[in-house]
Design a protein around this ligand. Structure first.
Ligand SMILES: Cc1cc2nc3c(=O)[nH]c(=O)nc-3n(C[C@H](O)[C@H](O)[C@H](O)COP(=O)(O)O)c2cc1C
Length: 208
């Protein structure tokens, strides 16, 4: 498979993707520069959550739950303070912070084996919808789960997994190092040949 550069006229952060990849997936990235003065309106935020809502899940169990906090709200400050220091530097400028938690047990207390997998799919749906809205999402595992759970008074059966910074990307945002360099760095991925186990080259050629 031949890889082509889609970099004509765009920043160095635009990845080299295979032809045919949907543009929403090709251009999506997790930025750190957010426009601190630009809020996200209720309808758009609802659309992002709606995208997550329609993600597939094992037995249609839909084991994800969201805590939603907009900039200026007390919950935003509290969730921002629960982030790892290196994430606080930039994520507190996002328009919204969402806590994503997984219901890892069913009503009978039995483990939901795919809860974390399903919740990740909901996040993936949300990120692609955000890209379609012109918004950016940066997911973060670097936060204090207990403090984040407290912000939304999560019941014990909900396990906080990630915080999502949602906002309008500002390529001119003033970021300290090392975040400024990371913002300019190209997106990279392992080659398909490394991701597909025992690739049968004669059946599906994976490299040019
Ligand atoms: C579960 C998860 C946890 C992450 N945690 C952090 C984090 O704490 N801080 C951070 O800056 N980025 C975090 N990221 C973002 C990844 O580093 C990023 O998605 C990856 O480098 C690929 O870059 P891209 O999304 O721009 O393609 C996380 C992403 C995921 C999916």
């Amino acid at each position: 498979m031949k890889y082509q550069s889609r970099s004509r006229g765009v920043t160095t952060s635009t990845p080299r993707t295979a032809p045919g990849l949907h543009d929403l997936l090709a251009r999506r990235r997790s930025p750190r520069g957010f426009a601190a003065d630009r809020p996200v309106d209720d309808e758009t935020l609802r659309t992002l959550l709606e995208a997550a809502r329609w993600a597939p899940s094992a037995g249609n169990s839909q084991p994800w739950r969201f805590g939603v906090a907009r900039r200026g709200e007390p919950a935003f400050e509290a969730l921002g303070a629960a982030l790892a220091a290196g994430n606080q530097v930039w994520a507190r400028k996002a328009a919204a912070l969402l806590l994503l938690a997984a219901q890892t047990r069913d009503e009978a207390g039995r483990p939901r084996r795919w809860a974390v997998y399903d919740t990740g799919q909901a996040a993936a749906h949300l990120t692609v919808q955000a890209e379609a809205e012109g918004l950016s999402v940066h997911q973060m595992g670097g936060f204090d789960p207990a403090a984040a759970a407290e912000v939304f008074a999560l019941p014990a059966d909900l396990e906080p997994l990630v915080v999502l910074a949602v906002g309008w990307h500002d390529p001119e945002a003033d970021l300290p190092e090392p975040y400024a360099s990371r913002e300019r760095a190209p997106r990279v991925r392992l080659p398909l040949a490394e991701l597909v186990l025992a690739p049968a080259d004669d059946v599906l050629p994976l490299s040019a």
